[in-house]
Design a protein around this ligand. Structure first.
Ligand SMILES: [Zn+2]
Ligand SMILES: [Zn+2]
Length: 154
């Protein structure tokens, strides 16, 4: 029997799967556009200033990057959104102080992992930040041990 004679019906990929994916990526694009517009707005600047005031009130100290511990500055550094659920009306707990390079690392880590991307935004974001801070601390310890020469050269 010729291959060409076989019926072609049923060989079409399920439409449901495609449209689900398309819907998801359209939603993501919409989020991205909204986020980009908001991040460069005066409203977001006001939220950042309000967040810093609140942080100082609560902690009686200046914020630092939650991953590397470097001093966080309003004019230079980022406020990461654990969740976009309240975009433009963020709760204090929705935001985390991060320096630019650690902020990029957090997003790359979430994007690059099926495990983290599948978790709900807020939970994944908090866990990734904890994990990266921990890895950084371990790495720093290893580096200092290495430079102290305790690793023992063969
Ligand atoms: Zn940092
Ligand atoms: Zn972020």
């Amino acid at each position: 029997m010729l291959i060409d004679a076989l019926p072609t019906t049923g060989r079409v990929r399920p439409v449901r799967q495609l449209s689900k994916h398309a819907k998801k990526s359209a939603k993501r694009d919409e989020y991205r556009a909204r986020y980009a517009a908001y991040i460069s707005s005066a409203a977001w600047r006001a939220v950042r200033e309000g967040w810093l005031d609140e942080y100082r009130l609560r902690n009686n100290m200046e914020p630092s990057c939650e991953v590397c511990g470097r001093e966080w500055e309003l004019a230079r550094d980022d406020l990461h959104h654990h969740t976009y659920d309240r975009l433009t009306a963020e709760a204090f707990e929705d935001l985390a102080p991060l320096c630019r390079s650690c902020h990029d690392l957090v997003h790359d880590t979430v994007r690059g992992s099926r495990h983290w991307s599948r978790m709900r935004d807020t939970a994944a974001s908090r866990k990734v930040i904890d994990r990266l801070r921990h890895l950084r601390a371990v790495h720093r310890q290893q580096l200092s041990r290495h430079s102290a020469g305790q690793e023992g050269a063969a």
